[in-house]
Design a protein around this ligand. Structure first.
Ligand code: AMP
Length: 217
């Protein structure tokens, strides 16, 4: 299956993507994670992305699209993939269509995670990520780790993303509304979109998502 996950920052895309990709046996491709890996490795691509990410803006398409294409062309993605955070604007959605068309492929579904804006801000303010594995995500109030600052799953150090400050979150939300939301209508026109509520327990949202994808658990 080839799936796109959309939703505002803090909707739980990364958390859900990790579970869904595992259930569906397809790789989870997160452009945000790819950028963060490039930044921590000090690559040229990471240097190009860093300032945009820090200020909550989109990294330019000429950097992002090539990086996403390279990742989608890796052998493990032959069986399909779950895209998290890509595409994030109409130009990227059109580029993705072209990439898939060239390969004789198409998208199967677009899953839209819906969450009220005040909830988004609360979720992001308390979010903590593991330095070892970006799919290990906690929340100081909703899903706290057993020991503060330590990942339950691997013992890694938990940290707060630099772009999770309230000011940057507001900027990221504004960018989401102006640049990313239009892709939902673009995909609606192709009858690909299912919108589900991202409220409730993580496992409840996963169950809803799997049902929406026609792969009920
Ligand atoms: P995320 O981890 O998906 O929240 O992404 C974190 C940041 O990485 C975003 O705020 C952007 O600065 C950048 N980013 C991730 N994916 C994209 C994309 N598809 N296009 C442009 N910038 C992106």
């Amino acid at each position: 299956m080839r799936i796109v996950l959309v939703g505002p920052p803090g909707a739980g895309k990364g958390t859900q993507a990790a579970y869904l990709a595992e259930n569906l046996s397809i790789p989870h491709i997160s452009t945000g994670d790819l950028f963060r890996a490039n930044i921590s490795q000090g690559t040229e691509l990471g240097q190009k992305a860093q300032e945009y990410m820090r200020s909550g803006q989109l990294v330019p398409d000429e950097v992002t699209i090539g990086m996403a294409k390279d990742r989608m062309e890796q052998p493990d993605a032959e069986v399909g993939f779950l895209l998290d955070g890509f595409p994030r604007n109409l130009a990227q959605a059109e580029a993705l269509d072209a990439i898939l068309k060239d390969a004789g492929l198409k998208l199967d579904a677009v899953l839209d995670l819906e969450v009220p804006e005040d909830e988004v801000v609360k979720r992001i303010a308390g979010r903590r990520m593991c330095r070892n594995d970006s799919s290990h995500i906690f929340h100081v109030e909703y899903t706290p780790s057993k020991v503060e600052g330590v990942c339950d799953l691997c013992g890694g150090e938990l940290y707060q993303r630099e772009d999770d400050s309230e000011e940057t979150v507001r900027k990221r939300l504004a960018v989401y509304h102006s640049e990313t939301e239009p892709i939902i209508d673009y995909y609606r026109a192709q009858s690909l979109v299912t919108t589900i509520s991202a409220l409730g327990q993580v496992s409840e949202v996963t169950t809803r998502a799997m049902a929406a994808l026609g792969s009920g658990e």
